[in-house]
Design a protein around this ligand. Structure first.
Ligand code: FE
Length: 295
């Protein structure tokens, strides 16, 4: 772990956001039959713009994950895979290959098109993690593909005076710059370990859309409990300046926020563009083999 050498500047939130709604998530499978829980889907595209999808997967039964995600395309957005436990091998048609291991993140910008596979590299044991899809602005949807593997030790982290451990995957928290920065959507992606009895303040820009997902224990926002396995959409109406979490018995929680793009969103499977015509073009390009890196 890389504890930041930068001074930590504690956030103080005066007008915290409240819980607007709790989302259960849908059990489903994707790829070649990987069991997962889909927490964010197309029904939340406008509400959680610029985020398009959040999947959670957790199983110690190889039958739930071993088939993995063989070769498949993407165009028009970014995928952020955060592995809590396990090993996943990534290969793409630009010749990149990487091994994502416990605590690591892979940030992949599909841009104009990539074909890749994401396969578990383990035959037993726990595989647990999350995949988030972050939209690209119209101006960047046809940009060159890009990706970065960020091992656990390269994810900046700090510990607050209350003992809350904060992993800053993207954005900036308490003055600590995360592993990835993005213009326009300015995503904030934090993994928060709240010890029992602790409180955590995180400032958020007023216009940012935000949500959290509790994957261990539970957290409290005001008087509202968010239990394990639930996604909470945070209200962003009125004068709010952030979010305040507390946890009686401890928790691990993802806190995710970003600036909405407010552009039309058209999704067809692994393609997310602005118009139906661009989707039709993506299908034609993929079928014609034009997702090759040199095209
Ligand atoms: Fe993929």
């Amino acid at each position: 772990m890389s504890t930041s050498t930068h001074p930590v500047t504690p956030d103080t939130v005066r007008h915290p956001r409240t819980v607007e709604s709790l989302i259960e998530g849908q059990a489903t499978s994707d790829g070649a039959g990987v069991k997962l829980t889909r927490l964010v889907d197309q029904t939340l595209h406008q509400r959680l713009d610029p985020f398009l999808l959040l999947d959670a997967f957790k199983s110690d039964s190889p039958g739930d994950y071993i088939a993995g995600f063989p070769d498949h395309p993407h165009r028009g957005f970014e995928t952020v895979t955060y592995l809590i436990a396990g090993r996943m091998r990534h290969r793409d048609n630009a010749g990149h290959e990487g091994l994502l291991q416990s605590g690591g993140v892979q940030w992949m910008t599909a841009g104009r098109g990539i074909v890749h596979s994401e396969m578990p590299e383990q035959e037993d044991g726990l595989l647990e993690g999350f995949q988030l899809w972050l939209n690209l602005p119209a101006s960047d949807k046809m940009a060159a593909p890009w990706y970065r593997d960020i091992p656990s030790e390269d994810i900046p982290e700090f510990v607050t005076a209350e003992g809350v451990r904060v992993l800053v995957i993207a954005g900036t928290s308490h003055g600590v710059e995360g592993a990835v920065q993005r213009p326009l959507t300015e995503p904030l992606y934090l993994d928060l370990y709240l010890p029992a009895g602790s409180r955590y303040d995180q400032t958020l820009p007023p216009a940012a859309h935000s949500f959290l997902y509790v994957y261990r224990g539970q957290v409290k926002l005001g008087e509202r409990i968010v239990p394990e396995g639930k996604l909470a959409i945070l209200a962003d109406t009125g004068e709010t300046d952030g979010v305040v979490l507390s946890s009686k018995h401890g928790s691990r929680t993802l806190l995710i926020a970003g600036q909405p793009l407010r552009e039309p969103i058209v999704q067809h499977g692994p393609f997310v563009m602005n118009t139906k015509e661009e989707i039709a073009q993506a299908v034609r390009d993929f079928n014609a083999g034009r997702f090759a890196p040199q095209s």
